[in-house]
Write a protein of this length. Sequence first.
Length: 167
Amino acid sequence: MRGEAGLLTDLDALGIPFAAYEHVAVFTVAESDTVNAAIPGAHTKNLFLKDNGGAFWLVTVPGDARVDLKALPAAIGSKRVSFGKAEDMERLLGIAPGSVTPLAAINAPPGSITVVLDEGLAMAGTVNVHPLRNTATLGLPGATILDLLRHWGHQPVVASIPVQEPA
């Protein structure tokens, strides 16, 4: 596993500019609200999923999105999905719950997981994601996240993620 050191090495080697922010540990979107207030750009949440065919998915959406899990499979081209287990996340991505990020794909063999980025985030000028730990945030363009995923041998999917209407 290449980890955060490998991520930072790749960002440097590829000449990718980013903003880095250190902060207290955050485990949920609600906990991150205070931290996010001081960090410009789009904030995210990530869903680690497994479909009923056994394939793993990492879906990154805006932090305030309420994803419609019933409609999601059709939007991303998968079968019915459920939340993946922490043990699978650790094995595939080398991270624990609370630190989920599309950048963890640096640790995943190509083809072992499909990373999906919400289309709005893919076009955003600054997308904030964890650098494989929940005590920091990196801000970089959505297009750059896609470039990094491709650099690591993945074929990211950009999709319009279905959301539930507020209650």
